[in-house]
Structure formats: structure tokens, C-alpha cells
Write a protein that binds this ligand. Structure first.
Ligand code: URP
Ligand code: ZN
Ligand code: ZN
Length: 452
């Protein structure tokens, strides 16, 4: 099966220009001017932008949290992803207490295999560090899971010794760790104080998780990483305080990768003071910050200090969020965003398109060991292609989106452009903005980090 995509404007991290793309089977066979259409189905892409499939390297599908499970499983969550132009997610396979890594991983394969509309890979979240888990790391990497996550807060956090040991154990194996950076002691104390002062509504959430808690945790992570002498990833960076710590680490010669998300760029903590229980929609950790933090992160993005923009898609319905109606700390944390990310960033980031491709496709592909299979448009790469119509003006609304959360944090936000056609490994899975081929996603084993 051959497809020739003619006359579109190709955008890769290294530049943009008019070119044809010949797709043969699952891969890109050729990129260039005036390619022969012999034997190929021809798709006219004049006036359209053609991006390499976008990668969302931070999602939680089917994740059990707070006695419930995220509203989106792999079916609904990846349908939302592919319709938004994301052709590959990296989800967090999670080891629960008492489980082996292999057991945690096999649960994630059960959730994802055969149920995914886009390609998927896994990070491994370590929830129970012990010597036998250490012995499993090498096999986990052999299975194509080269990145790991640890939390410095929540019930399953690692302590400083465990953090050191995990980084140290992964160093000779070439595995990399992404870290949720918030100081849990500060959060526990602040939450107790806020509640003692009679604040139980969502307005208490940002008060209980100050930006200092993120700054301190990043500082501590970087101290440990410096001692072990390994690069690390700060995931979902939310604050200027955290950014300053990353700058300090880099200035001292450390390799630190930083990820942020659209909600930390576009939304602020005023959402938590919306009337009634509306603020619960925006409960996520770290919390939304102040407009000054939004500005600092935009600037960091423009200056090339942020490596990737992911979503931390972790969706709950309002009914699920109501578990915390009497106590903000019991509201399941997280929000949807996997379908909105690309349109939001293409509309609101004042960045050249190649740089945006870097942040949402090429750099995550490199950091998470999928490049050049994913993350670019070149012969031999998977034909994951997003044909974007930039001339459609629309308004984001839950009615049009596919998350099972039933709401979008970006309700009423105008965006420019839409993923009109999406190819996943050569198969046209989205046409006229509709899913035409279901459940075509495959597991993608990964190599080690190649992002310098
Ligand atoms: O509140 C959030 N972000 N929930 C998802 C889990 C995490 O911390 O990444
Ligand atoms: Zn996190
Ligand atoms: Zn997350």
C-alpha cells in the first residue's frame, strides 16, 4: 500500500518547507519535491501543515488513584489523543506496593494491548523499592522501558536514600528517572493548617502545596543526582521557583531535563476560587500557580530551557472529584488535556513551528529513546503524520472532545487549526477529523535517551 501526500508544508524540528511524502507500508519511503505517484493513492495536502506525529510523554490511562480509577482508560484516552494529533503516548505503568515491576508492567499491558487507538510506550513508576526490584531493572530495560518515575510526595513517595539508590542502580544500565518534585512534609503540614483554618474547598489546594515545596524537592533531587552523577528529568514543572533550581543545577554543569504542561502555561490558581465546586476541575499536583509563574515558564520555553511539553493527562469525572467535596485533599488529582495540547500550543505559544515540533515530538522521541523511528519525517521513520488544517477557527468544548471526564479545563478557549487527517504507521486512522480505523495502536519498545 502506497500513499503520496502532495504539496503540504512539512514541519520538522530542523525547518519547514513544501515537499511531498511517499508512504509505503508502515514507513516513510521518501520525502522530496515532485515524487512519482505511480501506484500510490494521492492525497492533496496543499494549504495544510504536515507534522510528525505528536508524542505525549506523560499520560495516566486506567490509573487507580484515591480508591477510584481514572475516567479515561486506554480506549477513551487514546481516542482523544489521536483525534488531537497525538500518535504516541508514554503512559506510566505503575508498580503498586507488594508488586514486582514485572507484575506492574503486565497489568499495564493488559490495560493497553488491543485497546489503544494510538501507539503507546511505558515508563515504569517505582512504588516499592527493594533489592528484588533493583534486580529487575535490567530486564525492565530489556523490555523497552528505559525511563522510570519516582514520586517525592503522595503515599508512594521514595525517601532520599531510596532516591539515591534508584539513581545509582540505573546509572550503569543507562536508565533515566523522571521525578514528581514536591516536598511531602511541607504539603502535609500546610494541608493540616489550611483545614484547621476552616478551608476545605478547592481553594485550599494551592495553599497546601506552595511553590517552595516544588523548589525544595527539585533542589533535593538535583543534589542527589549530582552526587550520583546522572542526568534526571523534572516532570510537570509548574513554578518559577522550580525553574530557578533547574537553572542553578544546569549552571553548575548538571544535565537536567524539564517538562511542563499546557495547564502550567495557560491556567492559574484563580481557577481554585471559582464558585461552588467548580475549582475541583483544576485540582492537579503540582497545582496551578500564579500568572507570574505562567510568564516565567513561557519565557523559559522561548529560551529553550524546557525540553518537552506533555499533558499529565489524568482524568476524573466531576462525580469522582466529589469524593473530596468536604475536603480538598481527598479530591482525585489530575485533569484531562491529551486532545487539547497540540491545538493549544500551536495557538498560544509564540514560538516558531519547528521549535514546537521539537517540544511535542522530536525531543520527547529522543529523550525517551524512540528517535528516529518516531519524532521526525524522514525515510525509514514510522509514517506517523498529522495533516493539520490551520484555517479552522474553533472553540474548545467538552461536547466535541473525547475524554470520559466529561469536561475540559479549557472550556471556551478559542484555538486555531485542527488535526484533519492522521496517519499511524502508514494507516489513515483519522479522516475529516473522525476516527476511521479503531484500535490500531501498538506497543513501542524504547531505546535509551539520545537527547543531548
Ligand atoms: O495531579 C496529578 N498530576 N495527577 C497525576 C499524577 C502525577 O502526579 O503525575
Ligand atoms: Zn506527578
Ligand atoms: Zn503525571
Amino acid at each position: 500500500m502506497k500513499t503520496l501526500i502532495q504539496g503540504g508544508t512539512l514541519i520538522t524540528e530542523s525547518g519547514m518547507g513544501l515537499a511531498d511524502i511517499l508512504v509505503e507500508g508502515e514507513q516513510i519511503a521518501a520525502v522530496g519535491e515532485h515524487l512519482s505517484s505511480e501506484g500510490a493513492e494521492v492525497l492533496d495536502a496543499a494549504g495544510k501543515l504536515i507534522f510528525p506525529g505528536f508524542i505525549d510523554a506523560h499520560t495516566h490511562m486506567g490509573l487507580p488513584v484515591c480508591n477510584t480509577v481514572t475516567a479515561d482508560d486506554f480506549d477513551t484516552g487514546t481516542k482523544a489523543a489521536i483525534l488531537g494529533g497525538t500518535t504516541c503516548i508514554v503512559d506510566f505503568a505503575t508498580q503498586e506496593k507488594g508488586e514486582t515491576l514485572a507484575e506492574g508492567l503486565s497489568h499495564w499491558h493488559e490495560k493497553a494491548d488491543g485497546n489503544s487507538h494510538c501507539d503507546y510506550a511505558f515508563h515504569m513508576a517505582i512504588g516499592d523499592w527493594n533489592p528484588s526490584v533493583k534486580a529487575e531493572l535490567s530486564d525492565t530495560i530489556d523490555h523497552g522501558i528505559t525511563s522510570f518515575k519516582v514520586y517525592l510526595t503522595y503515599g508512594n513517595q521514595v525517601n532520599d536514600r531510596e532516591l539515591y539508590e534508584i539513581l545509582d542502580a540505573l546509572k550503569p544500565l543507562g536508565g533515566i528517572v523522571g521525578v514528581h518534585c514536591e516536598n511531602s512534609g511541607i504539603i502535609d503540614a500546610c494541608a493540616a493548617k489550611v483545614k484547621a483554618n476552616g478551608i476545605t474547598s478547592p481553594a485550599g489546594h494551592p495553599l497546601s502545596r506552595p511553590d517552595e515545596a516544588e523548589g525544595e524537592a527539585i533542589h533535593r533531587l538535583l543534589t542527589v543526582a549530582r552526587l550520583v552523577d546522572v542526568p534526571v528529568i523534572v516532570v510537570h514543572l509548574s513554578s518559577e521557583k522550580g525553574l530557578e533550581e533547574i537553572r542553578r543545577g544546569r549552571a553548575s554543569g548538571q544535565r537536567v531535563y524539564a517538562e511542563t504542561c499546557p495547564q502550567y502555561l495557560l491556567l492559574d490558581e484563580s481557577k481554585y476560587s471559582l464558585p461552588g465546586f467548580e475549582g475541583a476541575k483544576y485540582i492537579c499536583s503540582p497545582p496551578l500557580r500564579k500568572p507570574a509563574d505562567n510568564q516565567a515558564l513561557w519565557q523559559a520555553l522561548e529560551q529553550g530551557e524546557i525540553d518537552t511539553v506533555s499533558t499529565d493527562h489524568c482524568s476524573f469525572t466531576m462525580e469522582q472529584k466529589r469524593a473530596g467535596e468536604e475536603d480538598f485533599s481527598k479530591i482525585p488529582g489530575g485533569m484531562p488535556g491529551v486532545e487539547e495540547r497540540v491545538a493549544l500550543m500551536l495557538t498560544y505559544a509564540h514560538l516558531p513551528l519547528p521549535q514546537l515540533v521539537g517540544l511535542m515530538s522530536t525531543r520527547p522521541a529522543k529523550l525517551y529513546g524512540m528517535y528516529p523511528r518516531k519524532g521526525t519525517i524522514q525515510p525509514g521513520s514510522d509514517a506517523d503524520l498529522v495533516i493539520w488544517n490551520p484555517n479552522v477557527q474553533r472553540t474548545l468544548t467538552a461536547r466535541d472532545l473525547h475524554t470520559a471526564a466529561g469536561y475540559t479545563p479549557f472550556e471556551g478557549v478559542p484555538v486555531a487549526g485542527v488535526a484533519e487527517t492522521v496517519f499511524l504507521r502508514g494507516q489513515k486512522v483519522v479522516e475529516d477529523c473522525k476516527l476511521r480505523a479503531a484500535l490500531a495502536g501498538q506497543y513501542i519498545p524504547r531505546e535509551r535517551n539520545s537527547l543531548k
